[in-house]
Design a protein around this ligand. Structure first.
Ligand SMILES: Cc1ncc(COP(=O)(O)O)c(C=O)c1O
Length: 410
């Protein structure tokens, strides 16, 4: 585990770094600022002199309320918030290089509202890329992914006026069926599609299964079809790379152009911490030249967005460091292994991707009342689920799993 940037920092070191960053942002009390439609949080409600703020750099960031509008990994940015923008840049570069195996300084990115926004941002970039570089019309460009792909791609399809082709997976392995992929590509070609935006899962929502992006690559190349490939690591982004350090389902694969990671899932960051990262030279395809009152390039789907979210991600990464994070993930995997062993003894059929923390059991093994009582999530809410999933998060302890299993056995 050789890291270029990621290291553990003490609470005092983090505080000093964030305090320094906040001091470089605009201080509305010290500097007359007549034009920005922004200010610190309302001091009548969010009392600035609260004594606990002194020891809570994240809360101080919330009170200062930096706006990270735009993207800070390229071009100019609003000068008012340059201190905390630097922390966001550090987060993006660290994740691109130390987690996703990109070469240093080869990626752009920003902290989005969530995985949905990051996935739509990717689709938007590639739609414009094919339009601008290949003169493609929207009805010649399609989204492509497996049937287990998150529904945010259906939203992207609707918003961007792109057709969405979903490929069947094997019911047991959750792997893309190559013959089905071929059939889908033949059908899409017959319907006039010439360019593909592939969404390859780095852990699906329901199964935690990870697609092999090279299956898409091989078939698209066989059909001579141009494509761009995005990895949806909204769920898996903070567990799969740690649990599978040898993997090339990341920027080590030259066909991977961009990645979504959600810090508000496995990293337990506050909501509003989706992360979009792409190779340099791509995000420019969504440049909104009309955004002239903003200093810098507006190339993000979000406009205004809280800088405190980037600081929260930065703090979590620095608190654990890579080794602490490895230990935390392995604790979850230990619990998941324990659960699977019990399910094996019960003779239940279930799906688990190796070294991941989602276990999805066939619904026939679990009475609906027990599933409901223990908060298992069904694959459908129409009353006839095929599967129930257990996600072994930080709060899911062996004692809880044991209680659930005892209920099932009884
Ligand atoms: C694989 C995957 N992609 C995208 C999303 C959407 O993320 P968000 O809810 O942060 O928009 C999710 C959410 O569960 C997901 O599991």
């Amino acid at each position: 585990m050789k890291m270029k940037y990621w290291k553990k920092l003490t609470v005092a070191e983090q505080d000093a770094r964030i305090t320094e960053a906040l001091s470089q942002n605009i201080d509305y009390k010290q500097k007359i600022s007549l034009g920005v439609p922004a200010s610190r949080l309302d001091t009548t409600v969010f009392y600035e002199q609260a004594p606990f703020l002194k020891d809570a750099p994240l809360l101080r960031t919330y009170v200062q309320n930096p706006n990270h509008i735009g993207c800070h990994t390229l071009g100019d940015s609003e000068d008012f918030f340059k201190g905390t923008q630097e922390l966001e840049r550090e987060v993006i570069e660290l994740l691109a290089v130390d987690v996703l195996k990109a070469k240093p300084h080869t990626c752009d990115g920003y902290v989005a509202a969530g995985g949905t926004e990051a996935n739509i941002q990717a689709a938007w970039i590639y739609r414009n890329y094919f339009e601008q570089e290949h003169n493609a019309s929207y009805n010649e460009i399609a989204l492509l992914g497996s049937e287990d792909t998150h529904y945010s791609i259906a939203k992207a399809s609707n918003l961007l006026h792109l057709k969405w082709y979903s490929v069947s997976v094997d019911d047991n392995t959750r792997e893309i069926i190559p013959a089905e992929l071929d059939k889908t590509l033949e059908q899409a070609k017959a319907e006039g599609i010439k360019y593909f935006i592939v969404i390859s899962n780095m852990a699906t929502t329901m199964f935690g299964s990870v697609d092999n992006p090279d299956v898409y690559v091989a078939h698209l190349q066989k059909h001579n079809l141009p494509f761009k490939l995005h990895l949806d690591g909204a769920f898996g982004g903070f567990i799969y790379p740690t649990a599978h350090p040898e993997s090339t389902v990341n920027f080590a694969n030259p066909h991977v152009s961009s990645v979504t990671l959600d810090a508000h899932k496995m990293l337990q960051a506050p909501y509003g911490t989706g992360i979009f990262i792409s190779r340099k030279g791509l995000i420019n395809y969504v440049y909104t030249k009309e955004a002239q009152y903003v200093n810098g390039m507006d190339i993000t789907l979000s406009g205004s967005r809280s800088g405190a979210n980037a600081v929260a991600i930065w703090m979590i990464l620095m608190t654990y460091g890579p080794h602490g994070w490895f230990e935390k993930i392995n604790k979850l995997l230990y619990r998941t292994d324990w659960l699977c062993k019990q399910l094996d003894e019960l003779g239940f059929s279930y799906y688990r991707y190796p070294n991941m923390n989602i276990v999805t059991t066939r619904a026939k093994h679990i009475p609906a009342t027990i599933a409901h009582q223990f908060g298992l999530v069904p694959d459908t809410h129409d009353g006839n689920p095929n599967w129930y999933k257990i996600v072994v998060m930080d709060h899911v302890e062996v004692e809880h799993l044991d209680e659930f299993l005892n209920e099932v056995r009884a």
